[in-house]
Ligand binder design. Structure first.
Ligand code: MG
Length: 166
């Protein structure tokens, strides 16, 4: 694999981060339709973070002399069985992203591309946080599962999330 090949797979990953932004935005639309504004806001903030992840790849590829190409973004699911289902899908998605980042890191190691390794280390740390947060959301929602009043309280708590942090 050459650095050019590495940039090509990073470019594919950039599009997957955009897909993540699209997926969370779809979940935000779902929560808005379910009158759960706290969770909708949380998902919109998460979507913004995923867009920033994509742009980090953009900057790395571009800074290293590569060329970014925007590929098609898959259509995300738009219907969910409930809040637990949506957050479980978010958790599964983050696990997939973590596995992809790990693969990219291995490729950077094979290529002895130390700049790419350092760049990807930020994402490895970020993914630990993303998985932890999604798991906490699922666990919290499961505790509130059988009580609409508890679900509304959880929604209010989720709504307290800032727009810039995870
Ligand atoms: Mg991401």
């Amino acid at each position: 694999m050459t650095t050019k090949d590495l940039h090509a797979v990073m470019n594919e990953h950039l599009v997957k981060e955009l897909y993540a932004a699209y997926l969370y935005l779809s979940m935000a639309a779902y929560f808005e339709s379910e009158n759960l504004p706290g969770m909708a806001g949380w998902m919109r903030a998460q979507s913004g973070e995923e867009y920033q992840h994509a742009m980090k790849f953009w900057e790395h590829i571009s800074d290293r002399g590569g060329r970014v190409r925007l590929l098609a973004i898959d259509e995300p699911p738009s219907d969910f069985k409930g809040a637990i289902d949506a957050f479980e899908q978010a958790l599964e998605h983050e696990k997939q992203v973590s596995a992809e980042i790990d693969k990219l890191y291995e490729r950077a190691e094979e290529e002895h591309d130390h700049a790419a390794e350092v760049f990807l280390q930020w994402f490895i740390t970020e993914q630990v946080e993303e998985e932890k947060t999604a798991q906490q959301m699922v666990d919290t929602l499961k505790m509130a599962e059988d009580s609409p009043a508890a679900l509304l309280m959880v929604d209010r708590e989720f709504g307290s999330r800032g727009t810039a942090t995870g």
